[in-house]
Design a protein around this ligand. Structure first.
Ligand code: GLN
Length: 446
């Protein structure tokens, strides 16, 4: 189902590599993947794909778009990469991203910005911007992404493709370079919910190497795609249509929801009373965990090392100052502050309590509805450089995606239509482990 055209499976990867070269101006890739796997007769046999460059690839450099990891060649493959290759898929390259997956526009990459295939003057979204652009430009039928606070769904929305963030624990994080471990989730960018279902079927499942991996088998997501919409209750979350959402975006999403109604679903207005607290809670918890995770880059064991260190302290500080970009340094400073003695209770602990309330909002809502819908992002893709100088404006645009990660839920962004000639994403959110329901509902619309 993933293979388009009439090319033989063996030719597909070559064709994808050719397209990647032809579309080099997008800057969607950091490294080609020259490894030629032995052919596997699995469910994804011969299907080319791209991997976000924060998934470790054995023998192939993995940069996280950071100067810090410029020369890092992992000795092992991520669980996601391993499973995809075991299913027969062929990795053709590593995609560009915001440094260590921190950002919403792909402008924080040491390897330069990625351009949106729909309009080269605009961002592709982030942090999985290279993966979204590679799928939108028709280079690969699917790509991996990671979603800590929207990094699969928001670039999917900006590039007009489908982006799936599974339930936390559904897909192993082993070999995905850690950003904020309690939020990080491997995900899929593809051209349709159907393709996401095939890929999820290949990557979902228990993995003892990830302590938070869920011990339950993968389901037949592709086999469940034809579940009827009739009677499905879709909650339209009032806060997701609130201030900051462009009129054209809200109208496009409402039109898509009206289509769902025509297809037999029932729309129910719901409230998520703590939705406005998701951004402040996320932007304390994510930097706090990041500051801890990124402490491993000390210039000693691996990663960038400064020249001629004068002392151990100098080695640490100069290696880190040189290796990390401005946004990563900002997050480390914020996170270290939030975790420090005397501030822990006021910031980190409080954010964790808010996180519980946000998860409780979803639990309460899912007593009355089967899915929750809203715009994935408040705007269409913005111009390169437009928000880069204003980190708070960039952060504010994550309003509709971050709560889902705080609650650990699965969600998908699907193309809902266009506003001002640019794609608009509709986000559907499901209860934990209801990926089959989520993908079926997305599929019916496509
Ligand atoms: N934009 C959010 C951030 O910068 C989300 C990133 C992500 O999901 N990796 O943290």
């Amino acid at each position: 189902a993933l293979a388009e055209g009439r090319l033989a499976a063996a030719d597909l990867a070559d064709e994808a590599r050719r397209r990647a070269t032809a579309a080099a101006a997008l800057n969607a890739f950091i490294s080609p993947d020259p490894r030629t796997p032995a052919p596997v007769a699995g469910p994804l046999a011969g299907i080319p794909f791209a991997q976000k460059d924060n998934f470790c690839t054995q023998g192939l450099r993995t940069t996280c778009a950071s100067r810090m990891l410029e020369g890092f060649v992992p000795p092992y493959e991520s669980a996601v990469g391993e499973r995809l290759r075991a299913a027969g898929a062929v990795s053709i390259g590593k995609t560009n991203l915001d440094e260590f997956a921190m950002g919403s526009s792909n402008e924080n990459s040491h390897y330069g910005v990625v351009r949106n295939p729909w309009d080269a003057t605009r961002v592709p979204g982030g942090s999985s911007g290279g993966s979204a652009a590679a799928v939108a430009a028709g280079i690969v039928p699917f790509a991996t992404g990671s979603d800590t606070g929207g990094s699969v769904r928001q670039p999917a929305a900006f590039c007009g493709v489908t982006g799936l963030k599974p339930t936390y624990g559904r897909v192993s994080r082993w070999g995905l370079v850690a950003y904020a471990s309690s939020l990080d989730c491997p995900g899929v960018l593809a051209r349709s919910a159907e393709d996401c279902a095939y890929v999820l079927g290949a990557i979902a499942g228990h993995d003892v190497r990830d302590a938070t991996s869920a011990d339950r088998p993968a389901e037949d997501y592709a086999g469940a795609l034809d579940a009827p919409l009739a009677g499905l209750r879709i909650g339209t979350a009032r806060p997701y249509f609130g201030a900051g959402v462009e009129d054209g975006v809200a109208a496009t999403v409402r039109a898509a929801l009206a289509e769902y109604e025509r297809l037999g679903a029932r729309l129910v207005e719901i409230d998520l009373p703590h939705a406005h607290l998701a951004i402040p809670a996320y932007y304390v918890i994510a930097p706090a965990e990041a500051s801890s995770n990124l402490s491993r880059y000390d210039g000693v064991r691996f990663g960038h090392r400064c020249a001629n260190p004068r002392s151990l302290e100098d080695l640490y500080t100069r290696s880190r100052a040189e290796g990390f970009g401005a946004e990563v340094r900002r997050r480390i400073l914020i996170g270290t502050f939030a975790l420090s003695a005397g501030y822990y209770d006021a910031y980190y602990l409080r954010a964790q309590k808010v996180r519980r309330l946000i998860a409780g909002d979803f639990d309460a809502a899912f007593a009355a509805v089967d899915l929750i819908a809203g715009p994935t992002a408040p705007t269409v893709a913005f111009g390169l450089g437009e928000k880069h100088a204003d980190p708070l404006a960039m952060i504010a645009a994550d309003i509709n995606t971050v709560a889902v990660n705080l609650a650990g839920l699965p969600a998908v962004s699907i193309p809902a239509g266009f506003h001002a000639g640019l794609p608009v994403g509709l986000q559907l959110i499901a209860p934990a482990f209801a990926e089959a329901r989520l993908l079926a509902a997305a599929h019916r619309f496509q």
